[in-house]
Design a protein around this ligand. Structure first.
Ligand code: Q46
Ligand code: ZN
Ligand code: ZN
Length: 303
């Protein structure tokens, strides 16, 4: 197969575009896809101060690299989750990446905040690890962005991630989630910082190919806590459909953004300041503070 742009041998094939690309033109293709997503969905402004949520995996490091190349002002925030060797290795990769490109990296440690990491947090609170982890990450990213004057938080969710979430939300008819599922979450007066997902036009394998071709040394291991997650099964199912009919994932997700989402309720919720930490919440005390309180109570043996 030859590159559609220059007829040199292709190194990556993108079946849904029925095209092959050489290294140089694949990189250019990825940059254009992200630029197009940012423009079409009005994700970022040139004067935005962007905080990239960097885990050390391919998606977040590729996103940081791409935003940097597109000329945006983007700093990184890495959270030390405290999930054994997986976490320490992720931190090493993230730091090395930031250093190699001269980018500003902030770090926050869950263990320093709570006294223990995600593994212990989920054990003590008997919550599914990814649920406790998600609550913690959302809280830390939003609070950090707000306190440090960032106008937007960017995450590395790709087409496969978002299509799998959509499939899960439909299978369970989570109408409230469907109304909110979007590649852009606007800021609220109550203090939720704007959130964007600039990689939603790129399939996971395209992001991986981009990271490899750009020489990004990322954490290749999966988080050990994610073993058996249903999202893996949804991704497998979607990949199977994609094999038979290239373009299915894109049509599914982007069709939803363009034609499906508006049929689900998405009225803005009234949010209050959490009585403990001040972060926005629908109740009196936010999910993160309730989680932290439960974990501390369990440690003190009061429950
Ligand atoms: S880090 Fe955290 Fe993920 Fe690990 S515990 Fe689950 S949510 S899988 S992106
Ligand atoms: Zn080429
Ligand atoms: Zn709180």
């Amino acid at each position: 197969m030859k590159c559609v742009k220059c007829r040199q041998p292709a190194v990556v094939e993108v079946r849904r575009h029925n095209a092959g690309f050489c290294r140089e033109h694949f990189v250019e293709h990825v940059l254009r896809q992200v630029e197009r997503t940012i423009d079409e969905l009005h994700m970022l402004r040139r004067d935005d101060r962007i905080l990239v949520a960097v885990s050390g995996g391919k998606d977040s490091l590729a996103l940081w690299d791409i935003l940097h190349r597109l000329g945006y002002r983007a700093d990184g925030l890495h959270i030390h989750l405290g999930i054994g060797e997986y976490s320490s290795e992720s931190t090493v990769k993230t730091r090395a990446f930031a250093e190699s490109r001269g980018l500003t990296l902030h770090e926050v440690s869950v263990a320093e905040e709570l006294g223990f990491g995600i593994e212990e947090l989920s054990r003590r609170t008997r919550r599914i690890p990814c649920s406790a982890c998600g609550t913690t990450k959302r809280h830390i990213f939003n609070r950090f962005a707000r306190e440090h004057g960032y106008t937007v938080v960017a995450t590395g969710h790709n087409l496969d991630d978002e299509a799998a979430t959509l499939l899960g939300n439909i299978l369970h008819w989570q109408t409230e989630y469907l109304g909110r599922q979007s590649a852009v979450m606007e800021a609220t007066e109550s203090g939720l910082v704007r959130k964007v997902k600039p990689l939603v036009r790129l399939a996971e394998r395209e992001v991986a190919a981009y990271a490899v071709l750009q020489g990004i040394d990322y954490q290749v291991d999966e988080c050990p806590m994610a073993v058996g997650a249903t999202s893996h099964l949804y991704k497998e199912v979607l990949n199977r459909l994609e094999e038979v009919a290239p373009g299915t994932k894109h049509q599914f997700l982007w069709g939803f953004y363009e034609r499906g989402r508006r049929h689900f309720p998405h009225e803005s919720r009234t949010l209050n300041a959490c009585k403990v930490c001040g972060e926005p919440t629908t109740g009196e005390i936010c999910a993160y503070c309730r989680l932290a309180e439960r974990a501390r109570a369990a440690a003190a043996g009061t429950r």
